[in-house]
Design a protein around this ligand. Structure first.
Ligand code: BGC
Length: 860
């Protein structure tokens, strides 16, 4: 968790007692930093420093307080003055249960511990409704004897720092309470755990089996450490390339992100832990994340930002975390539209919505759909809460109905039963606020998960350029240049929450989305090990700043491998002037100059990047001596081994870019919004609408440097024999809805309308062949893009499917991608439903968003 500016919390009218002005700083990593000390500054020759931000802590802009019982409106200070928001009168229907009956084999009743097997072309839609219903029955029975106070306690974390985990619910009656713990890439704040590749690396694999395997392994580790609720995956959309936390998520396309979220959640929950889909919604930048309103139109919200959360609900996700920001001028954790209407009504979400840490805005957030306040206190460590006694009082004086409180408590307890955590769940053995607590060391959760880390590290590496330089074949001598090739100088956990300028390989970003490395393999170590086998002479120069020395070191070498990186993270830590978000899209430590200095002296310069997101690589990409570019993302604790696997061809590259690499920052459709006084709430208007990332480049005819979906292999593939068949399910109960949709009708306004089976079951099957026309065994990721007729108002190409094939040289394999009616629909704002747009729909299958090999038409 990042502490947040106190000013933000005080901007809202509050009936709560005055908050303490202290801002707690977690002190949970192996680094010797005390809780009151900013993260150690890391002086490099640029003077780069890191610090925990306190710049925004101010009490200015405080609104007047009013009495608790008369509070029926919330007041926000905005750039244009106070806004008065009406309290929602949404009539809440507790305990929703979608009405669909299981329909095997397409729609089997599914227990989250036993999801359908992973498939490269998923056609099974798991039905979690019976498992939820059973869990609800148990939960309702459990709370039937609880007092109002006890029920309110279920919905209220115990307060920051008051438990073993970053979030804790205390035991109530027979309910033992819950431990909620980060992160999306492993178990945070403990030891003997695996540091998995980041979300962005996982997305770059475009491989559902690997996404599932990673989720499952992470789920097992959380379970072994006694974590009940894992605070991941994170699925913000990378709307801006600079977004500090983009690396935690799955890239800049909703379909890819949705599939990654879906598989990750199925895996996590199969491992036994409850998953959390976060941050809901539109938390796309770190700067003023608690004081910005993301203003998003309804269609864009549905088609782009909400989609991965919809897929999360389809994966049976147990929890959703609402975000810090405002959405259309209402705080996300107070937002009736996004919480009650989209998440609970349209998606039929049956788990619980928890706040991001101290993102609860008032007690009435409960009416807007918030079920659990985390970590419980109003500001971190304040000891005050909007729920707890305040919620009890609101129920007692009829401001909030008892049915709503019952629903909140039931959802939280039901999610625990849903995952069978009532059946001998391990004790909690993390200790977030005292890493050296021996409790931490009782459980070694790592198993053989390093194998998955290494495989995803390689499969999530994208080969962008290769002019015969790779794979390396027993080179006589090589030189490694750049600190990113090296182990960090003071161990793998140099900074609290990795929040500092990395002195070695960058294998994850910074913030709460991290864990502590148990160990970290750098490229230097991995390549040395390989050199022993190949009897290669290895040289290195890890100084990024002495360009002359770097240039001299590569003269006469068979290959010079230059390693550069670029880091970002969560906004409560500032590193070298980057307050979470990146200030620019250039490689750190003058990486561009380092590459040019090397390329000036060696005509076989291979560039390896470890970056949180896109970089502008124009200064060197076309340099004739730059013979290969290996885009290695963030590899976790086996990062060096995975990079060596790619360099030496132990893994034939198959990764594809999950975002566009532009020629200029200005080519991207949206930019980081900065500025604003401590009291301001920034307005961030999503004026690009549906046109994020490649959708913008395509529509505006801007040539990117490397397009979304691009990635080379050491072999080549050809595509042929395209066919499409319509799939009929005449025996299916909801054929009336199918026919309505086929006639242009929209989905009904009803509970679970967006996740209904008829909308998601396979409707078309596209088949084609892929031939390996090169000399090496390898994998390819065929991608399917839909092109709507111009009247639909859609971008020229939208990703709606992908699969994976592995093919031997000279061989051909057949592949298939299925499309559902949902895949062919757009959100109709007027009718408030999904509908098939008018006009002919065509599609392409190919190797990237701009490399279409086969084209077809969707039958009417
Ligand atoms: C982050 C969440 C995280 C939570 C708990 C917040 O600051 O935004 O992603 O799960 O803290 O650490």
């Amino acid at each position: 968790m990042g502490p947040r500016p106190l000013s933000f919390v005080l901007l809202l009218v509050s009936y709560a007692v005055a908050s303490s002005s202290s801002v707690a700083i977690p002190t949970t990593s192996a680094s010797a930093v005390s809780s009151s000390t900013p993260v150690a500054s890391n002086s490099s020759s640029t003077g780069a420093t890191s610090s925990i931000s306190s710049a925004n802590i101010s009490t200015s802009g405080v609104a007047t307080s009013v009495s608790t019982t008369s509070l029926m409106t919330s007041y926000l200070a905005t750039e244009t003055g106070p806004l008065t928001l009406p309290i929602s009168h949404y009539s809440f229907s507790p305990f929703p249960t979608p009405t669909l009956a299981p329909d095997p084999p397409n729609f089997p009743a599914t227990d989250p511990l036993d999801p359908p097997p992973v498939s490269a072309d998923p056609v099974v839609v798991p039905d979690f409704a019976p498992a939820w219903a059973a869990a609800y029955t148990k939960a309702m029975s459990m709370i039937s004897n609880f007092t109002i106070q006890q029920k309110a306690n279920i919905t209220t974390g115990v307060g920051w720092g008051n438990g073993l985990c970053v979030g804790n619910i205390a035991a109530v009656g027979d309910f033992p309470g819950l431990c909620l713990q980060d992160s999306p890439l492993g178990v945070r704040d403990t030891d003997f755990v695996t540091s998995f590749p980041a979300g962005i690396t996982t997305a770059s694999t475009w491989n559902r089996a690997l996404m599932r395997a990673r989720g499952f392994a992470m789920g097992q580790e959380h379970r072994m450490k006694g974590v009940n609720v894992a605070l991941g995956p994170m699925m913000n959309m990378g709307r801006i390339a600079q977004g500090g936390r983009n690396w935690e998520g799955f890239g800049a396309d909703p379909f890819l992100s949705g599939e990654a979220a879906y598989e990750t959640i199925l895996g996590l929950q199969a491992g036994g832990v409850q998953a959390t889909a976060k941050h809901y919604i539109n938390n796309e930048q770190e700067w003023k994340r608690t004081q910005e309103s993301s203003n998003v139109d309804d269609r864009t919200q549905h088609e782009i930002y909400a989609h991965p959360f919809m897929r999360s609900v389809m994966a049976g996700v147990s929890s959703v975390m609402c975000s810090y920001n405002l959405v259309n001028d209402t705080y996300a954790c107070n937002n009736n539209k996004t919480l009650n209407d989209i998440m609970k009504r349209e998606f039929g979400f049956q788990g619980f919505i928890q706040s991001d840490w101290a993102a609860t805005m008032d007690t009435l957030g409960a009416v807007a759909g918030l079920d659990l306040t985390m970590p419980g206190d109003i500001t971190m460590g304040s000891g005050t809460t909007y729920f707890g006694q305040n919620l009890t009082d609101f129920v007692l004086n009829d401001t909030i109905s008892i049915q709503r409180l019952d629903d909140m408590a039931t959802r939280i307890i039901a999610a625990w039963y849903f995952l069978h955590q009532d059946e001998g769940y391990p004790n909690t053995t993390v200790s977030s606020f005292d890493l050296y607590n021996p409790l931490n060391q009782e459980v070694n959760a790592q198993s053989d998960h390093y194998l998955i880390v290494r495989e995803i590290g390689a499969a999530g590496t994208v080969l962008l350029k290769n002019e015969g330089a790779l794979p390396l074949c027993k080179p006589k001598n090589i030189v490694l240049v750049g600190s990113d090739a090296a182990p960090p100088t003071s161990g793998p956990n140099e900074y609290t929450d990795q929040g500092g300028d990395p002195s070695g390989i960058l294998a994850m970003g910074w913030g709460s989305g991290t864990d502590n490395f148990t160990y970290l393999v750098s490229p230097y170590e991995a390549i040395q090990a390989r050199a022993r086998v190949d009897q290669t002479s290895v040289f290195w120069d890890f100084d990024d700043w002495d360009l002359a020395a770097a240039g001299n070191s590569v003269i006469g070498m068979e290959a010079a491998i230059v390693f550069v990186n670029s880091d970002s993270g969560e906004g409560y830590i500032t590193v070298d002037g980057n307050a979470g978000d990146r200030q620019n899209l250039s490689a750190w430590h003058q990486g561009d100059q380092l590459i040019l200095a090397v390329a000036a002296q060696n005509n076989n310069t291979i560039v390896v990047t470890n970056s949180v997101g896109p970089l502008i690589i124009e200064p060197w990409v076309d340099h004739p001596n730059v013979t290969a570019i290996v885009w290695a993302n963030l590899g976790g604790n086996e990062a060096g081994n995975a990079i060596a696997d790619i360099l030496y061809g132990a893994w034939n590259p198959s990764g594809k870019l999950p975002y566009t690499i532009a020629k200029s920052p200005a080519d991207y459709p949206a930019q980081l919004v900065t500025g604003g006084t401590a009291a301001d709430i920034l307005s961030i208007n999503y004026t690009e609408g549906l046109f994020i990332d490649y959708r913008w480049f395509d529509a505006q005819n801007i040539t990117p440097r490397y397009e979304f979906g691009f990635g080379l292999s050491y072999t080549t593939f050809e595509y042929s024999n395209l066919a499409i068949t319509k799939i009929y399910h005449e025996d299916y109960a909801q054929t009336d809805l199918v026919h309505n949709w086929e006639d242009g009708g929209a989905t009904p306004i009803a509970e679970g309308s967006t996740t209904a089976l008829w909308l998601h079951m396979p409707a078309h099957k596209i088949t084609f062949d892929v031939t390996n026309t090169g000399a090496l065994y390898g994998g390819e990721v065929p991608q399917l893009y839909i092109h709507h007729s111009p009247s639909a108002g859609e971008p020229p190409s939208v990703l709606k499917g992908f699969t994976n094939v592995v093919v031997s040289p000279g061989q051909t394999t057949s592949a298939s991608i299925t499309l559902s009616r949902y895949d062919l629909s757009v959100w109709d704002v007027v009718r408030q439903g999904w509908a098939k747009p008018e006009g002919t729909m065509t599609f392409s299958v190919g190797a990237s968003s701009r490399d279409f090999r086969l084209n077809g038409t969707i039958p009417a």
